[in-house]
Design a protein around this ligand. Sequence first.
Ligand code: DAT
Ligand code: MG
Length: 135
Amino acid sequence: MSRTLILVKPDGVQRQLVGDVLGRFERKGLKIAALKLVQLQTAVVEEHYAHLNDKPFFGELVSFMTQSPVVAAILEGDSAVEVGRQVIGATNPLEATMGSIRGDLAISAGENIVHGSDSDENAEIEIKRFFSELG
Ligand code: DAT
Ligand code: MG
């Protein structure tokens, strides 16, 4: 059993896709272990995307992620990180396969509906970052 951190990004919440997005993870077999709607602060997003802070789109990414609330979830199950990434699809929605969240629901590389952790190590770091109240 492992865990992953999922964010339904501001575009997903504004487009009222929260139920659809979370339902896809649930139907695949991952279980919601924690869930909340939260307005992210700039500092948290800058930390979360620190590996991209030299990219030309970084400023836009931070303002996008702080423009309105996200839904943060901890999902658990076998191979949660890998399964989560499979359900999400490739970063660029034009390369994401149909049947994945980004393949089915997104067009823009920046506004691609959902975040999922990319390794077990990062999942635990991100769970602490977004669910610090769980200790
Ligand atoms: P992922 O979200 O698939 O883990 P990532 O960690 O490389 O991808 O990038 C984080 C986010 O940054 C991504 O979901 C959207 C944004 N992003 C990445 N590449 C981009 C690009 N070429 N143009 C605009 N936004 C981009
Ligand atoms: Mg990433």
